[in-house]
Write a protein that binds this ligand. Structure first.
Ligand code: PLP
Length: 503
């Protein structure tokens, strides 16, 4: 039987109760679930239920089968990847969006959907200290849009850059063949870029060169300039650069003030991927990291990473909305709108899909309930917790912290070698109490510890550290005994050498 509004209320309230209890008691769980691959697939029925189930059954399956197979991204000991945002305000904003269930591809499809996005993107752009020309409320053609992910924004930028370059070259020389130009276009980023940047090249059919970063993981101006010169000498056409503000591996910041002028001189589109670290620019003390942003053609940060907004909410601003419209405008009579201008955008021309959710509701709900001050407090608190963790690691002389911690990321390794560090991470993951992932820095294997959860306290950070230290004690003791057991080996770097020898 179809659910009525009375049942909807009960279902919804019970679901919220489950989630509130889940967060109240999240520390009682391990951060990683204890399930085998295929467990849920085996537990679930092979076919969809023929008869309707009670909503109580739905929630029972959720708590008994689905929750136990979940990795708890908001657990205080979740220190992997980068954070994904959450807050009660955002969950409610999302609920309101789902509740309305509108699709806002143009203004008439839901005026508030378009206009709240304009408003919130102006609010957020101002909070970040972006140059005014990126904002919809400026006198120019700039503006912001909420994309689904940083990956999409990078691809949207690439496709718009490609279109813009081809138009410009054809205008300068109408005899040129667009296909010929297309085949010669090249995109550039650093070898530290997120996988999604490289993938944008694959999806957008543009060669993406991953240029060598310097010793600190930054893409330097000289390297970019040389790459442009080499490619031009080979008859290729530099078209698109993705600069990274906060790389995924070690949170390195490319110097926009070096890359920007080179892009400008060469008419190359500069896109800034600040997916994680961009949130920190709401605090004026971190804006130095985006020096040179005025050279960018597009800028993206994930409010769904570090700004307490649930996935998906990737905030992208462009200097000129017409660059997107020129590239993506495909008309149909049924999409004709009464109201189209850059100031009230037809957002379907600014993105890849036609349909779009009312994502700004969750951003708005978060910005309203936290206020700018509350959001800044959140960022500063996370950075100070990361600094506390770094201090704890540095106090133990078996460990090295490198590079110097930035934002909420602390990278570290055991001095005694990569294999021991790897073993440490493997053992910790197997115990499921603390979750981290690896990266590499200057050819060494490092463990990334990122402050992720909204709920993490100083005591939680200390708990994580105690677990890491305890595991290091076990590994280092066994490594010492290995060293004393094996003679005639000058440098024993790892337990795996021991394992190899004792097989
Ligand atoms: N760029 C950087 C620097 C990232 O760290 C990530 C994800 O962690 C991405 C892009 C991809 O983000 P999304 O999942 O929103 O596409």
């Amino acid at each position: 039987m179809e659910m009525d509004s009375k049942q909807f209320r009960e279902f919804g309230k019970a679901a919220i109760d489950i989630l509130a209890d889940y967060y109240d008691h999240i520390r009682d769980r391990n951060v990683l679930p204890s399930v085998e691959p295929g467990q849920l697939i085996r537990q679930m029925s092979e076919d969809a239920p023929e008869q309707p189930c009670d909503w109580q059954d739905v929630l029972k399956d959720f708590t008994e089968m689905i929750l136990p197979g979940t990795t708890h991204w908001h657990h205080p000991q979740f220190h992997a990847y980068y954070p994904t945002g959450i807050s009660y305000a955002s969950i409610v904003g999302n609920l309101l969006s789902d509740g309305l269930g509108v699709v806002g591809f143009n203004w008439i499809a839901s005026p508030a959907c378009t206009e709240l996005e304009v408003v919130t993107m102006n609010w957020l752009g101002k909070l970040l200290g972006l140059p005014e020309e990126f904002l919809n409320c400026s006198s120019g053609p700039g503006g912001g849009i909420i994309q689904g992910s940083a990956s999409e924004s990078t691809l949207v930028g690439l496709l718009a850059a490609k279109d813009k370059m081809i138009r410009r070259l054809i205008k300068e020389n109408p005899d040129l063949d667009p296909d010929d130009i297309r085949n010669k276009l090249v995109a550039y980023t650093s070898d530290q870029c997120n996988s999604s940047v490289e993938k944008a090249g694959v999806l957008g059919s543009m060669k993406m060169r991953l240029l060598k970063s310097d010793a600190f993981g930054k893409l330097r101006g000289d390297t970019l300039k040389k790459a442009f010169e080499d490619d031009v000498a080979d008859g290729l056409i530099p078209c698109y650069v993705v600069a990274n503000l906060g790389t995924t591996g070690t949170c390195a910041f490319d110097p926009l003030y070096e890359l920007g002028p080179i892009c400008k001189e060469n008419n190359v589109w500069l896109h800034v991927d600040a997916a994680y670290a961009g949130s920190a620019f709401i605090c004026p003390e971190y804006r130095g990291f985006m020096k040179g942003v005025e050279y960018a053609d597009s800028f993206d940060m994930n409010a769904h990473k570090w700004l307490l907004v649930n996935f998906d909410c990737s905030a992208m601003w462009v200097r000129d909305g017409y660059d997107l419209i020129n590239a993506f405008d495909v008309q149909r009579i049924y999409l004709d709108d009464v109201k189209t201008s850059l100031k009230i955008p037809d957002y379907r021309h600014w993105q890849m899909p036609l349909g779009r959710r009312f994502r700004s509701l969750k951003l708005w709900s978060v910005m309203k309930t936290y206020g700018a001050e509350g959001l800044r407090r959140h960022i500063r608190n996370h950075i100070s917790l990361a600094q506390h963790f770094a201090k704890l690691v540095k106090s133990d002389d078996r460990f090295v912290v490198e590079p110097e911690p930035t934002m909420g990321l602390v990278c570290y390794r055991l001095k005694d070698g990569d294999n021991l560090t790897k073993k440490l991470l493997e053992n910790l993951t197997a115990k499921k109490k603390v979750f981290m992932v690896a990266a590499s820095y200057r050819g060494r294997y490092i463990i990334r510890w990122v402050i992720c959860s909204l709920f993490t306290t100083k005591e939680d950070v200390e708990f994580s550290w105690q677990n890491i230290k305890k595991e290091a004690d076990i590994i280092c003791i066994s490594n010492k005994s290995v060293k004393s057991k094996i003679s005639n080996i000058e440098s024993i770097e790892s337990v795996s050498i021991y394992e190899e020898k004792t097989k």
